[in-house]
Ligand binder design. Structure first.
Ligand SMILES: [Zn+2]
Length: 314
C-alpha cells in the first residue's frame, strides 16, 4: 500500500507522465538571489544544448520560494542574460512562488497519511549535524505554536535514501516550502525527463528521489556537470561574488565570445572560438559524445521503478 492521492493530485502527476512520454524535457532552475555568474551560465548552456540536441523542450523555472534570498531585479536580469546568450526556453517560464498551492496540497496528504512528522529541533541543536539523526521521529508532538514557533515538517525517509540524507525538511518552521519538496514535485508535474545541473547538486539527488518515491513515481534522470572554478580552483558562487555578464558586456564583449569562452573551457571548441549558441549546437550535432561525456550519470532512474515499497504510515 502506497500513498493514497486524491484525484486532482493524481491528475497533476498523470499530466507530467503524459508530457514525459512526448519526448525529452529538460529545465534550468535558477534562484533569483543575484546575477547569474559564469558558472551558472555554463551549466545553463550545457542543459540547453542537451535538450536541443535531443530535439526536446527546455523549460525555465525560477526557484523563488525563499523570499528572504531574492534580490530585486534578479529575475529580469537572468531572463535578459539567457536571451543575450541565445538560450531560448520553451513556453512561459514558471515561478515556484505561484505554485505554492500545489506543493501544499501534496504536503497535506503526506502529513495526513503519516509520511511526515513535526520537528522542533532548534538550529543550535542541529549545528554541525550533516544527517538529521531522527530526534523527533517518534515523539508524537503536537503541531501548534510552542514558544511562538511552529514545527518544521520532515519526511520519514526510507532505505535506500535514509543513509545518505536522513529525514529531510519538506516544510520549514517559518512556513517556507522546502527546496526538495518543491523541486521534486515540479520535476514530476512539469514532466521533466532529465535534470542537467551542477556537480554541487549531486548530493541532493537522494533527498529528491525520496520525495518522488513517496508519491509513488519514478525520478527523472539526473546528470551533473563540472563546476566552473576560478584561477585559484575555487568554484564560482554568488557568495564569493563571482561576476556575471555585466562586466563583460561593459568591456564590449560580444555574446559569441562569451559562448566561445564557456564552450572552450570544457573542450567543446578550440580556445579563442567565437560563436553563437545556435552555431555551437550545430557543431555538436555530429559530436554529441563530447557533450554526453561531460554529463556524469547519477544512477539511472529505471531502478526506482522496482522500489515500489512505500514508507509505512505511522
Ligand atoms: Zn527534530
Amino acid at each position: 500500500m502506497g500513498i493514497d492521492l486524491p484525484d486532482h493530485l493524481l491528475h497533476v502527476l498523470q499530466g507530467g507522465l503524459n508530457l514525459r512520454q512526448e519526448g525529452y524535457r529538460g529545465r534550468f532552475a535558477p534562484t533569483p538571489s543575484g546575477p547569474l555568474h559564469l558558472g551558472n551560465l555554463r551549466t545553463a548552456l550545457l542543459s540547453w544544448l542537451r535538450a536541443r540536441l535531443e530535439n526536446g523542450q527546455w523549460l525555465l523555472r525560477i526557484d523563488d520560494l525563499d523570499t528572504l534570498r531574492i534580490r530585486p531585479g534578479s529575475i529580469e536580469s537572468l531572463l535578459q542574460d539567457l536571451r543575450w546568450l541565445g538560450l531560448s526556453w520553451d513556453g512561459p517560464f514558471f515561478l515556484q512562488s505561484s505554485r505554492r498551492g500545489l506543493y501544499s496540497s501534496f504536503l497535506s496528504v503526506m502529513r495526513r497519511q503519516g509520511y511526515l512528522y513535526p520537528c522542533r529541533c532548534s538550529r543550535r541543536q542541529l549545528d554541525g549535524v550533516r544527517i538529521y539523526p531522527g530526534t523527533c521521529r517518534f515523539l508524537n508532538q503536537d503541531w501548534g505554536l510552542r514558544d511562538a514557533r511552529l514545527p518544521a515538517w520532515r519526511l520519514r525517509v526510507v532505505e535506500p535514501f535514509s543513509t545518505s540524507v536522513g529525514d529531510v525538511i519538506l516544510r520549514r518552521a517559518d512556513g517556507v516550502i522546502g527546496y526538495h519538496m518543491a523541486t521534486a514535485m515540479d520535476e514530476l508535474a512539469l514532466g521533466i525527463t532529465e535534470v542537467v545541473r551542477g556537480q554541487d547538486l549531486a548530493s541532493v539527488c537522494a533527498a529528491q528521489r525520496a520525495v518522488i518515491t513517496c508519491v509513488g513515481m519514478a525520478s527523472p534522470h539526473y546528470g551533473h556537470v563540472p563546476l566552473l572554478c576560478d584561477s585559484s580552483g575555487r568554484k564560482l558562487s554568488k557568495r564569493n561574488h563571482a561576476s556575471g555578464l555585466d562586466p563583460l558586456r561593459d568591456q564590449g564583449e560580444a555574446s559569441e565570445q562569451v559562448v566561445g569562452t564557456l564552450a572552450a573551457s570544457l573542450g567543446l571548441v578550440p580556445p579563442g572560438s567565437s560563436l553563437s549558441a545556435l552555431e555551437l549546437l550545430e557543431e555538436l550535432r555530429m559530436r554529441q559524445d563530447l557533450l554526453t561525456s561531460l554529463i556524469a550519470d547519477a544512477d539511472s532512474s529505471g531502478k526506482l521503478r522496482d522500489l515500489s515499497q512505500k514508507i509505512p504510515p505511522k
